[in-house]
Ligand binder design. Structure first.
Ligand code: AHG
Ligand code: MN
Ligand code: MN
Length: 314
């Protein structure tokens, strides 16, 4: 006999119920939910702009940038009316934006659309959000209270942490986020690696680390989208994503505030690690909004191994 409706409602935990049961404070619960809901509107925007649906040439270049800006507008408007946000900083904004009546408790950072260059390939892309108290111009470990990312793939999924573990939800046909994985835990060691940057630009230490992993038969998983690439490491419960320091660019490519801090918060909550090769990402002070940092994020064995190779080579 299939599950009756009552069984279904008994087992389905939606996002708001999960945060309430986890003891997340009320305003933060409502803010996380309001941000997660924008995933529906951003996804609609992706579909709307994906001219292939109308049999036309697809978005790229200027139009693709417009998609980044649309996603940013959707988020900014939602936050403005939330009543809980004081300041908003985004990859798509030149400066920090004062939001609401100036009395909000939270400071929100966004990479509104991560991997937008992949839209025309129909690969997954995402949204990355950091939620801070007091300010975001400090070390993440001092200011971050929550983080979430949304993956626009065959399903829309959302992973969040408010400091009580990392949990995955899927947007169901009824438009609700329902719990799909509670307390995601990364194993001490994995078997996949996701490598950014060009091999010819890697430093010797990084290259030796990669050769170490290859010698152990790690499988390469790299799409060019940070969100789906790190999501794969989390959902497969192990492995490493890295976008390293490059010979010509010692700070790598990814942005500390908008991309790395939120993912480091979530990976750490899932029992993993996130460093720049030497220091925990959450211990690096944010001095400029567009500050970049090398990143090694995922299972602790691989992250510690990377530091060893980088230290030996320095
Ligand atoms: P964004 O679309 O927000 O600018 O981010 C793109 C980033 C990140 O998603 C990904 O890991 C990285 O760019 C890929 O860089 P390469 O194209 O150099 O591999
Ligand atoms: Mn990005
Ligand atoms: Mn982006």
């Amino acid at each position: 006999m299939g599950e009756g409706i009552s069984d279904y409602t008994k087992f389905v935990v939606d996002l708001r119920r999960h945060m309430w049961m986890a003891g997340v404070e009320m305003e933060l619960r409502r803010l996380i939910w309001q941000i997660a809901v924008t995933g529906k509107y951003i996804s609609a925007k992706i579909h709307e702009s994906n001219r292939k649906l109308a049999g036309l040439r697809n978005v790229y270049g200027e139009e693709q940038l417009a998609l980044d800006r649309s996603a940013d507008e959707i988020l900014k408007n939602q936050l403005h009316h939330s009543g809980f946000v004081r300041q908003y900083a985004s990859e798509e904004q030149e400066a920090i934006v004062e939001i609401g009546q100036g009395n909000g408790k939270y400071y929100v950072t966004a990479d509104p659309l991560d991997g937008s260059s992949l839209v025309d390939t129909n690969l997954s892309i995402g949204t990355i959000i950091g939620i801070h108290r007091e300010t975001f111009l400090t070390e993440g470990e001092r200011s971050m209270v929550a983080a979430l990312y949304i993956t626009y793939g065959p399903l829309i999924t959302m992973v969040y942490s408010a400091g009580k573990g990392a949990h995955e939800f899927v947007l169901n046909r009824e438009g609700e986020y329902v719990l799909s994985q509670e307390n995601i835990r990364l194993n001490e060691q994995g078997s996949i690696y996701s490598l950014g940057g060009l091999r010819k630009d890697w430093t010797d230490g990084h290259r030796q680390f990669v050769e170490f992993l290859e010698g152990r038969g790690y499988k390469l998983r790299y799409s060019g989208g940070f969100v789906p690439d790190i999501n794969q490491v989390l959902i497969k419960k192990g492995g490493i994503f890295t976008y390293p320091a490059l010979k010509k660019n010692p700070h790598g490519k990814l942005r500390l505030l908008f991309e790395l801090q939120p993912m480091a918060f979530i990976a750490t909550q899932a029992g993993g690690m996130a460093t720049d090769g030497h220091r925990d990402i959450l211990s690096i002070p944010v001095e400029e909004l567009d500050q970049c940092s090398p990143i090694y994020i995922g299972s602790s064995f691989e992250i510690r191994k990377a530091s060893e190779f980088l230290e030996q080579a320095s």
